[in-house]
Design a protein around this ligand. Sequence first.
Ligand code: IPT
Length: 1000
Amino acid sequence: MTGSPMTVRPWESPELTAWRRLPMHAVDRRSGGLPLDGPWRFQLLPAPDAPLSEEWTESVVPGSWTTQDTGDLPWYTNWRMPWPEFPPLSPAANPTGVYEREFTVPADWAGRRVVLHVGAAESVLMAEVNGRPVGMGKDSHLASEFDITSAVRPGAAGTVRLTVVKWSDASHIEDQDQWWHGGITRSVFLYATDPLWLADVRITAPADGRLMVDAQVRAAGGPLPEGWRVSGQMEGAGELVPDQEYAEWCAREARVSDFLGEARLRATVPDVRAWSAETPELYGLTLRLHRPDGSVADTSRHRIGFRTVEITGKDLLVNGERVFIRGVNRHDFHPLTGRTVTAGEMRADLETIKRFGFNAVRTSHYPNDPALLDLADELGLYLVDEANIESHDHAHELADDPRYLAAFTERVARMALRDKNHPSVIVWSLGNESDYGANHDAAAGWLRRYDPTRPLQYEGAAKTDWSSPEVASDILCPMYASLDEITAHAASGEQTKPLILCEYSHAMGNSNGTLADHWAAIETTPGLQGGFIWEFWDHGILQRTGDGDGPGRPAGLAGAGAYADGMTAAGYRWAYGGDFGDTPNDGAFCADGLVFPDRTPKPAMYEHREIAAPVRLSHAPSHGLPYGHDGDVRITNAQHFRDLSWLSAEWVLSSQDAATRTAPAVLPDVPPGGSADVPLPAGLLAAAAGDGGEMWLTLRVTTRDDEPWAPRGTEVCTPQVQLRRRDTPAAWPAAGAEGGAWDEDWAVIGADGLLRHPLLSSPPTLSLWRAPTDNDLLGGAADHWHRLGLDRLVREPVSVERAGGPVTVRATYPTAAGAVAHEQVFTPLSGGGLLVEETAVLPEGLADAARVGTVFETVSGLDRMEWYGQGPWETYPDRRAGGPVGHHRARMDRLFTPYLRPQESGGRSGVRDFSLLSEETGAGLTVRLDAPRQVSVTRHRASGLAAATHHDELVPLPHCVVHLDAAHRGLGTASCGPDTLPRYRLGAGTYRWSWTLRPL
Ligand code: IPT
């Protein structure tokens, strides 16, 4: 301890997990105490044993000192430790924060027991009060509490000093893939109890409404007095009844032990409304501890959710139902404060998660702030509550290292002790990426005995043998397994457990390809029950770029608005690994979330929202295309517990050549899992009878009333069916069909075969490359393209043939795997239009190119795009389930998605036609495509995107870069996990596509 004669170095003693730390419990002491949050005196020492100086600065608690201009900055590594020392050692240079402040214990706390609560400290906490060491604790994501009664005097001022050592033996088991920080990251407060207090409360509340409450009572300094009593009152059930049998047993045992401060109460709630993620029904319970004279010594309030979790065969059941786990991994993260998040921010996270169709969160990779669990209970989310253990870099050594045995078991036990009463917690997790060893089995043994009401999981336990029923995991929870692997296992006859991926669909950059394929399999394959997308957050820290490299402050400079517009405020950027001079680091691998650092959802969120839709729309089986104006569509309730009465809907009918029409829709009264066939909206179809082109019917579903996680009118999903195909090829301008003549003042094909056109600043040429996505880079596709030379394609003109109207241009594009033959036939159309028919032949070695298509650049001044196709958000061939076909429009800068590391972005799938126009004059150009195509329109060339490392380096062009793709490679998830499926890859061979260009 600082200033104490103790010579032990607690930061290098894994056996020493705590000293005088109170047992963890589930009694909420957050209100009624003495808050100690706010500015503290602070100094950052270079090492834990360095002397204190006279120089005090200030640090705000809770907060990470690494985001508070203290000189110690955030450092990002994925799994490797940032320094070379082996466990249990830590480096000599070891930033150590000393926090100090005064406090006054209220005078009316006289005679009470006083406890110091430190919400979380990274990574070793040593506490002193009035110069006296009062305790030590580890585990950066759980609270430490110390009894400081004898160190304080009620009514008098005192000083508390908290010393926090950043690197320790514990860092080796907190080696999670995230920024390293230091500091006191959750709230600090004092609270007082009676000398007789409720030490813990345990609630068992299964879905049948039979409640059991176990209270544990302790008395300061000795045995419990005679005559104490616990009473309980419960909303919906009134007074709880003491369990007589248990009371008698206790009385008997207490005579022997003198210390059995236990009471058990029971109640049965009639017609209980069960808790589930869809129906987060909570009941209030108040427990009171009475002194022998009947007066109240202590009170504990709880919100109870009645629900049952069990595993039957290969199914995880909640309240008897096999629920799909539509999960996401969430870290505690904030772009300004590092690890410190307020309850309001946690609520915003969870509301976002709910609004995009998720029903589950894995608290990767440590227990979260208690407020998060309260919110999950209230908003309705299933939690996999994960212990703070990840020994990634030294996983194999530590899993069996007896010096770490206590740390493993304690971290698991303390989590369960704290969170056991939350209905949202349906599964415990022993931690992440720590191999599998005796320490895990010890922790699992403790947990299974302590809480038989929940399954536990640990990915590492079942890694090598998916079928073994013996290991410390009740759920088969692999990470990043391929679709083939999981479906094969489900079909193997060897499956012994529910298969729920603990991580899948790595959301790094422009990613989450094949999510719909995963869910198509999950929803139809017995044994597959869902998974948790990796991950919610892009961990970009706001950084000033102008003057120094500190984390950005003051707060709020790059708020949601600024970033949704596609840029951070000037002079700031989202920093990732390496941007703070942190070496070694793992670069942008921390930018792998479904939301940007300011919580703006990425397009993949909309994909998920649609895949998770509670309402599905399909053609009634009796019908095929085209429908005409009669027939039925089928509406299915894809929920597990709720009917559709909480939703409103409207029909949206969109035809390619007419304006969108809408009409109110009535959702049928169908139970969970049920469906009903409803007639097509006849009036709407009649009105649209004359509309040309293909036709789509969308059911736009919104919340009917306010939900705890969304105001009334929030869009929930937009399922869609096609009613009529488009009548190509008749409407397609075949060469010569629409007589035109070359107007040489307007458009010219030069001797080089390149088109000069007044609407274009750069002629249409062949493109086979895209600015590599993170998946392309880390999965190897980008290297493949670079070796072939696709990123620096050179056009060699071969011939130009003029035959009156059409001009045929042939060119080749040499690559390392042979030349690509490219042909363009340009035909003038009446009214100044142009038809371009293209063919490209890719030699064998060019399979798996990024794209095959046309690229051209427009004139300046076009700032809006309107299109008929999928949208409005970005979609790609293997991530387009969430973009309904319709008429969409967007400002040019909104088309682009500002992934932290610039890359291919802004694509739209299934585009049939689009216009680029000036908002001011309405003038511009319009392009019609022969078939639904992948199109992207941005202010950036692929080469510019590929060369930039951050957005502040990009200079938008004044004009548009347009890509029309005959084929575009899927996105996959190869930055960590499987690449896209073969059907989303490009083969060698002949590609044909055509398009028309007309002035607007
Ligand atoms: C896996 C980790 O559990 C997670 O924390 C994160 O690092 C993720 O990968 C990638 O972003 S571990 C990996 C070795 C599969």
